[in-house]
Design a protein around this ligand. Structure first.
Ligand SMILES: *Cc1c(COP(=O)(O)O)cnc(C)c1O
Length: 520
């Protein structure tokens, strides 16, 4: 399969199609095949002229010199540029079509945000610049902090965490510091079965032991089971709301009250805040700490390892322990940024820092641009449209795909399906690969774990009805093929640059060094 042909290119289309291919290159018009960079390169070739080193002999350092030249592929500049440009054209991107990944919240990023983020006063700001020279950038952080505190009804916010998972760690370190300040020894964090994988990982990383709470038949936290686990050893709970089944945890206030009565704190995974922003204030639900994924809720783009930002809002009970720099609400409603130098006087119980500097400036400018261009009423509509779109997907497909909680009422921002009802031998992976042939990025698959063969679709508020109809039409078609036992679906994708890959092998045994260069 995919052996390089004479020209050194590797045709990837289905074998039958390759033999029928009339081209010598293996390319098909704008479908350009791309070899590995090491197949393309020639050792010794270089894009620039580099002078011979003009250094005195360094006997003392001789043992550090390379014995053999580095295993670089060797390309001219145009070859290198074209290689990466061709690869980029094989990539699916949010600017090409919808990215229906549940939980990930991949939405259109307005171009206005990009324009604002590129203003030199923000884009070129140096993290070590004296503070009096970057007042404008600090004001952006402060205004964003004010909005986050307002929208969540909380007391303070740590802006520095760099992603959702980093925010979780920040919140749990606050809880740890608060418990230590009370002189107590509480080491258990309760996490529901349906939690995002980062939750138990963060709790363990922060030194807590994790105990699981079961879900009810309607996909929500089992309140009675949670209450039964509370006690003097419990530091707190971590609850995702809306949860990863796309459902609102209706018992949130009762959960918070029970946890507080038992002396614990409530952490909320707020990655899905886009479903409730402007509608619900987490502070009113008794939440003590919650991270907000700016890159999911306020549109700053992510994916492919792009930057994130995970500010953590804190209740009055946890705010004193927040990391520096910290933004706190004053009695008059204004917010104030507390820096390290003010810490002794204004924030003496802080647990320390989460990061050098103030956080992800580029994400802050994009998020504030999104917030200001929507306004308070527009943000409310963001949540309404995200939920409306998800329910449109849910109701349009539940006759061909099993919707395990479809009978429990409307979903929030994401629609959850399972592989029940597909023909014998067909499963979620076939649907996902079939969608690639249809020209769509697949949805989130096999997550949440509480549902067998889960398919989690999050359309977000930025898809139009026409766009959703196209997506629904494709998913419906693929689902019908899987129900009818259409064998060709097992071979999907047929039309992508590569066929069905062994993803487990790729993850477990990645080939990171080109064999010839490694001397094998
Ligand atoms: C995305 C997500 C996270 C993790 O956020 P990162 O920014 O990727 O670290 C945590 N919980 C939920 C529910 C999420 O969707």
């Amino acid at each position: 399969m995919n052996a390089p042909n004479k020209a050194g290119w590797r045709p990837a289309m289905g074998d039958a199609e390759v033999t029928a291919s009339p081209t010598a290159s293996g390319d098909k018009a704008l479908m350009l095949e791309e070899p590995l960079i090491f197949e393309l390169g020639r050792p010794g070739t270089c894009g620039v002229d580099i002078d011979e080193a003009d250094l005195p002999p360094m006997d003392a350092l001789a043992s550090f010199l390379r014995a053999a030249p580095p295993a670089l592929p060797g390309l001219t500049e145009p070859e290198a540029v074209r290689h990466y440009t061709r690869l980029s054209r094989q990539n699916y991107a949010i600017d090409l079509g919808p990215f229906p990944l549940g939980s990930c919240t991949m939405k259109h990023n307005p171009r206005l945000n990009e324009k604002v983020a590129r203003l030199p006063g923000f884009a070129d700001v140096h993290p070590l610049a004296p503070q009096q020279t970057v007042r404008g950038a600090l004001e952006v952080i402060n205004q964003l902090a004010f909005w986050l505190i307002e929208l969540t009804g909380m007391h303070g916010v740590a802006m520095s965490p760099k992603a959702g998972a980093h925010g979780e760690l920040c919140g749990l370190l606050c809880i740890k510091a608060a418990i230590a300040a009370r002189g107590e020894d509480r080491h258990v964090i309760l996490v529901p079965e349906s939690a995002h994988g980062t939750n138990p990982a963060t709790a363990a990383f922060a030194g807590f032991s994790v105990e699981s709470i079961p879900a009810t038949a309607d996909g929500r936290v089992d309140l009675a089971a949670l209450k039964a686990k509370l006690g003097p050893q419990v530091a707190g709970v971590m609850i995702t709301n809306p949860n990863t089944c796309g459902l609102f945890e209706r018992d949130m206030k009762a959960i918070s009250d029970a946890v507080h009565a038992a002396g614990g704190y409530v952490y909320c995974d707020g990655a899905n805040f886009n479903a409730v922003v402007g509608k619900v204030r987490p502070g009113d639900l008794g939440i003590d700490a919650m991270h907000i994924n700016l890159h999911k809720t306020f549109s700053t783009p992510h994916g492919g390892g792009g930057p994130g930002s995970g500010p953590v809002v804190l209740s009055a009970a946890l705010s004193p322990f927040g990391p520096l720099p910290f933004t706190a609400r004053r009695a008059d409603g204004s917010v104030v940024l507390i820096e390290e130098e003010d810490a002794e006087a204004e924030h003496p119980q802080s647990f320390g820092r989460m990061a050098a500097f103030h956080g992800q400036m580029g994400m802050f400018t994009r998020a504030l641009a999104y917030i200001l261009s929507h306004g308070a009423d527009g943000l409310k509509q963001v949540a309404e449209d995200a939920v409306l779109n998800a329910n449109y997907v849910l109701r349009s497909l539940e006759d061909v795909l099993d919707a395990p909680f479809g009978g429990a009422g409307p979903c929030m921002h994401e629609a959850l399906f399972s592989d029940a009802g597909l023909a014998e031998g067909f499963s979620t992976i076939d649907i996902a690969k079939g969608l690639i042939d249809e020209g769509f990025h697949p949805m989130t698959v096999y997550f949440p774990l509480v549902v067998h063969g889960a398919m989690l679709v999050e359309p977000t508020e930025t898809e139009s009805k026409a766009g959703l109809d196209r997506f629904i039409g494709s998913l419906r078609h693929v689902a019908q093929r899987a129900r009818a036992g259409d064998d060709s679906l097992h071979g999907a994708p047929h039309f992508a640059p590569r066929r069905r890959l062994d993803e487990t092998l790729a993850a477990r045994k990645p080939v990171l060094v080109w064999k010839e260069q490694a001397g094998e």
